[in-house]
Design a binder for this molecule. Structure first.
Ligand SMILES: [Zn+2]
Ligand SMILES: [Zn+2]
Ligand SMILES: [Zn+2]
Ligand SMILES: [Zn+2]
Ligand SMILES: [Zn+2]
Ligand SMILES: [Zn+2]
Ligand SMILES: [Zn+2]
Ligand SMILES: [Zn+2]
Length: 684
């Protein structure tokens, strides 16, 4: 708890975050309060700020915020992101000390993790250099982005909130930047917090919260549309070989990780082949007229008692695809099934436990009755000479049986509806209703819509917005990007690790390169920590045979030759005796072998001398218990705390090295440093 009077507002670096910067002294106070729960890595540090006039204590406003760092030198200063300042109404403060306000800070221990959050989309704003230029409630593509795809908006929100916002407060307006970490962006999304569980102020970082998004009437049409993740149909992963029963009233999308030699088979369909399956790479837009490929290009190879089966389509050899069953002129009493199967699936043995597979209808028949069945079956099985389709238990091939008379010799069917559908999808020219392109057939149009139509929405892999694909170009096709993605991807960003300017489209590979370098360097790095148990400094070059760092060895340094180490041991003995009798005099000392730490419980001088000679100077000398300076003490405590919280993540050597390197001791910074420099135990 404390008072800060030098308030400045960050409008440049992270204006849309709620993480404030505090003085270094605050961290020291927090560490000394020995409340180690404060630095629990799974829960962010949360602070309650109370703003009042400098002259009196009348409260102007209270907010619960997160902490970015403890980097400020002036013990009275605090930096508020624009978002926090604007909620207090003091966002127009200059960057100089403002004498009119004071902020009281206090650790908020009782803020709970958010379980449910309902936001209402209000609109978007344009951010100028210092403030909002104008409010544009119905900015064109945002309106589209939000109304047509609540789900990617939610994914975007979840990603952005996690790295920019720590706490959300009931009835508050939330501004979410398009850029990560609450950095500036040209568009800022605006939401009202409608509902918040379990408490009116909740933490939204590292929580499994259920997020609902409400859209305004002006955007979604006549009624307020509410969509939550729970009633949306998440793609269901398919298992190879398993039959899946589908029905028209239960809309479901399926996902499949492709590999070589897989086939999609409609195993049970009605006479008109009403069930068709469309497949593509984007589950959001998949529909009967928007896909990469579909079962419409194939037809059933067997009909038995009005049940069609064996419609087979080869699948891509790699990548993730989504499949969606669609129905045409359906017969709702029929059962529909499909499955994914191996192309080289071994046909079941011709004879299994006394059964024989009929060479006409392929069913397994008891060996004893097989001769009779075969005679009967041969009489009731017909095979079409033209397309090879097999008809079982019929006297004749159905009259309506048709073949495509144009380019598809093997396309066939048994009802007029399936013939008309084939004509519609493959032989009638059609134009795109969204761009001016025209196509030979609906099948070509469906591929165009799913893959390239510049007016269709897609999820940009760089800005994560659901946005029009944009006109494609040779270059965009070369990189496998949409027109918009190419424009988005050639924008540059500064790599936060090497400060190089990197194109967004190259960032992923650039980061992989950093990671490879890190592991390579990490594996060839040998780290030795000072042998003094109270020290965590790293030995840069071995200057003494005892394995002490330059700081700890300093007092023993001797220009005289000490080939057998006797002079060092004599000095060490004297130092230990002084530590145990008088102490080093530092109030911060944590050395258990020093009187100043308050940890020594020893009586007579004789007792002390015996302890020094028997315990502390025991051969071989591999451990020392010497007092260290304040900075080293803090770093050692910090490293030990981290190792206690994350015991198996990193070797102590790496943690100490990080603790020595950091300017500001903060668990998140140490974690970041380790991610970028160290190799974790799992990577060894
Ligand atoms: Zn048979
Ligand atoms: Zn035929
Ligand atoms: Zn045809
Ligand atoms: Zn188009
Ligand atoms: Zn983009
Ligand atoms: Zn870099
Ligand atoms: Zn040392
Ligand atoms: Zn001491």
């Amino acid at each position: 708890m404390g008072i800060l009077t030098n308030i400045s507002v960050d409008k440049v670096r992270f204006p849309f975050s709620d993480k404030i910067s505090l003085p270094q002294g605050v961290l020291n106070d927090l560490i000394n309060s020995s409340d180690h729960d404060l630095f629990d890595a799974s829960r962010p540090l949360v602070i309650t700020l109370t703003l009042s006039q400098d002259s009196d204590d009348n409260c102007i406003g209270v907010q619960t915020v997160g902490v970015r760092d403890f980097s400020l030198d002036d013990p009275q200063s605090v930096t508020l992101p624009w978002l926090v300042a604007s909620r207090f109404g003091i966002h127009s403060l200059g960057n100089k000390r403002d004498a009119f306000y004071k902020l009281k800070w206090q650790v908020a221990h009782d803020v709970k993790a958010c379980e449910k959050l309902t936001l209402k989309y209000v609109g978007s704003k344009k951010w100028g250099a210092q403030d909002f230029e104008s409010v544009e409630k119905s900015d064109n593509y945002l309106e589209k982005a939000v109304s047509e795809d609540v789900f990617s908006m939610k994914a975007f929100l979840e990603a952005r909130m996690n790295n920019a916002i720590t706490c959300v407060t009931q009835n508050q307006r939330l501004l979410v930047s398009k850029a990560p970490n609450g950095e500036r962006a040209s568009e800022i999304f605006e939401f009202d917090v409608i509902e918040l569980d379990p408490s009116p102020v909740s933490i939204v970082v590292n929580t499994d919260l259920e997020l609902d998004l409400l859209l305004e009437e002006s955007i979604s049409g006549s009624s307020t549309q509410q969509t939550s993740a729970s009633n949306s149909t998440k793609p269901l992963a398919l298992r190879i070989g398993e039959l899946t029963t589908v029905s028209e009233d239960k809309q479901q999308i399926y996902s499949l990780k492709c590999r070589k030699n897989l086939l999609l088979e409609i195993s049970q369909n009605d006479l008109g082949e009403s069930l068709q399956i469309v497949a593509g790479h984007d589950s959001n837009t998949l529909s009967e007229d928007c896909y990469d490929f579909s079962t419409l290009m194939s037809s059933a190879k067997m009909l038995r008692s009005s049940v069609n089966s064996s419609t087979i389509v080869p699948l891509p050899e790699e990548g993730m695809i989504f499949l969606k069953p669609v129905w045409f002129d359906s017969n709702d009493t029929a059962t529909f099934k499909f499955r994914i199967k191996e192309a080289n699936e071994i046909e079941s043995q011709d004879e299994i436990e006394g059964k024989v597979k009929c060479r006409h209808c392929s069913t397994l028949i008891a060996a004893g009755t097989y001769p009779l069945h075969e005679v009967h079956c041969a009489r009731s099985t017909r095979i079409c000479d033209e397309c090879g389709k097999m008809y079982c238990q019929v006297k004749t091939i159905p009259q309506e049986h048709w073949h495509c008379c144009k380019d598809h010799q093997l396309m066939a069917g048994d009802m007029n509806v399936s013939r008309l559908r084939h004509l519609e999808f493959f032989h009638v020219p059609i134009g795109c209703d969204m761009c001016s392109a025209s196509f030979e057939s609906k099948d070509d149009l469906a591929k165009h819509k799913h893959q390239v139509c510049p007016r269709r929405l897609h999820s940009c892999r760089f800005c994560h917005l659901r946005i029009e694909r944009g006109e494609s170009s040779v270059e965009a096709r070369y990189y496998g990007l949409s027109g918009h993605e190419l424009n988005c991807g050639i924008k540059t960003t500064e790599c936060y690790r090497c400060q190089k300017t990197v194109k967004l489209m190259e960032l992923e590979r650039h980061m992989e390169f950093h990671d490879l370098k890190r592991i390579e360097r990490g594996k060839s790095t040998v780290i030795d920590i000072c042998k003094n148990v109270n020290c965590c400094r790293i030995l840069t070059n071995l200057t003494n045979r005892w394995g002490l760092c330059s700081l700890c060895y300093g007092p023993f340094f001797d220009t005289q030759d000490d080939f057998d180490g006797k002079r060092f041991l004599r000095k060490l003995e004297r130092k230990y005796v002084i530590q145990l009798t008088r102490g080093c005099g530092s109030t911060f000392c944590k050395n258990s072998e020093c009187k100043s730490s308050g940890l020594v419980n020893m009586g007579s001088l004789k007792e002390i001398i015996t302890h020094v000679q028997v315990d502390l100077l025991k051969e071989p000398m591999e451990v020392f218990s010497l007092c260290v300076d304040e900075s080293t003490t803090k770093r050692k405590v910090f490293a030990d705390t981290f190792l206690e919280l994350q015991p198996n993540e990193y070797a102590p050597e790496w943690v100490c090295r990080g603790a020595c390197y950091l300017k500001t001791l903060n668990m998140d910074s140490l974690m970041d440093w380790l991610h970028e420099n160290a190799i974790s135990n799992a990577e060894l």
